[in-house]
Write a protein that binds this ligand. Structure first.
Ligand code: DNO
Length: 349
């Protein structure tokens, strides 16, 4: 496996040098942030980002995310041009050594939480999700801590209206249409597309969500069998769905898992959860069993620690501070080494 760390580009308060100092860090997971969704990422911007990573001796092989324009998800006539642009971005990224693109197909909202700074008894803070609290909010006038408020209320209103007729079925067809059109660019560039599960994995504000567990993957790979069509295995997102058996999923789809976000959460009631340190004993997911299943099934892809708490007085970007993610990476390194040596299998491709 290749251990990586998410880095939000030059605006990230964490210097690349600090990331490099984390043991076993092979590269960063990053993105070009200043190109509007739907437009091509030109080579100049990609090359500039790569130079920064190279300068810190960190590989730039994973991009998270190249966002998918809402018109593509909605299946509007404008989608063909937007998909062409996406394919061009894939080709451009391939020229600079990128091997994997993480993306999602969630309508309008990406991941959602109700509290980004929940105070734990030990003084650390973490992200939390409270379903009832979220459902009380008005999606047309959503103010969530840390949520990217790039839409005006009018735009948001229009977008939510546009999704009114979009069923799960339609959304899935639109995903398949998108993937079929970009697969030739992936073949050409040698890039794997790794879809991120919906977080949390259920419908939100009446908007359909379709990448929620085993059945979604079975349908997805039946519809688009190309070997570049795969998964970002996010244990926290999938794990929030109590019905998902992560060990089973890891085994079943090891060859489609190009990228793993390995993090912990603690169940609080029926749909609610809070996030925790990465160790198995710190939450509800058996991180050991998941990692073991990945290794036993031949996984050798990219890994990153995910959503850390804010600890040691750090006031980092919620989920994305330095210290707890570095601890998470170190825990995962140890877990991989221990399991690899115990079962005599190296997690390499
Ligand atoms: C949250 C992340 C997501 C993820 C996107 C991928 O912390 O895991 O925002 O980057 O859904 O497209």
């Amino acid at each position: 496996m290749k251990m990586t760390f998410r880095w939000y580009g030059e605006q990230d308060s964490i210097p690349l040098q600090y990331i490099k100092q984390i043991p076993n860090m092979s590269g960063v997971v990053t993105a070009v942030y200043d190109v509007p969704v739907g437009q091509v990422w030109d080579e100049e911007k990609i090359s500039r980002l790569k130079k920064l990573c190279d300068g810190a001796e960190l590989a730039m092989e994973v991009i998270e995310s190249v966002p998918v324009h809402e018109d593509i998800k909605l299946g509007k006539p404008s989608r063909d041009k937007l998909i062409e642009n996406y394919a061009q971005t894939i080709r451009n990224l391939g020229k600079y050594g990128v091997k994997c693109i993480c993306y999602n197909f969630m309508p309008v909202f990406d991941w959602l939480r109700t509290d980004l700074k929940h105070k734990n008894a030990d003084g650390s803070t973490c992200l939390c999700y409270d379903h009832e609290a979220l459902m009380k909010l008005d999606p047309k006038n959503l103010h969530l801590p840390g949520w990217d408020e790039s839409y005006t209320p009018e735009e948001l209103n229009g977008l939510l209206g546009a999704y009114a007729g979009i069923t799960h079925e339609r959304l899935f067809e639109n995903l398949v249409y998108f993937l079929q059109k970009i697969m030739p660019a992936c073949d050409e560039a040698g890039i794997d597309m790794a879809i991120h599960p919906d977080d949390p994995p259920w419908d939100m504000f009446g908007l359909p969500r379709i990448i929620t567990g085993e059945e979604s993957y079975a349908r997805l790979f039946a519809a688009v069998p190309n070997k570049h069509n795969g998964i970002t295995f996010c244990t926290g997102s999938l794990g929030a769905g109590r019905e998902n058996d992560l060990v089973k999923l890891a085994k079943k789809y090891a060859d489609r898992i190009f990228f793993a976000h390995i993090r912990q959460l603690r169940y609080e009631g029926k749909m609610n959860f809070s996030e925790a340190g990465h160790r198995t004993e710190d939450g509800s997911l058996d991180i050991y069993a998941i990692v073991r299943a990945l290794i036993e099934s031949g996984f050798g892809g990219y890994v990153r620690p995910d959503h850390g708490r804010n600890i040691w007085g750090e006031d980092g970007k919620p989920g994305y501070g330095l210290y707890d993610r570095a601890l998470g990476a170190t825990y995962l390194n140890g877990l991989f080494e221990g399991i690899e040596k115990t079962i005599g299998v190296r997690a390499v491709k």
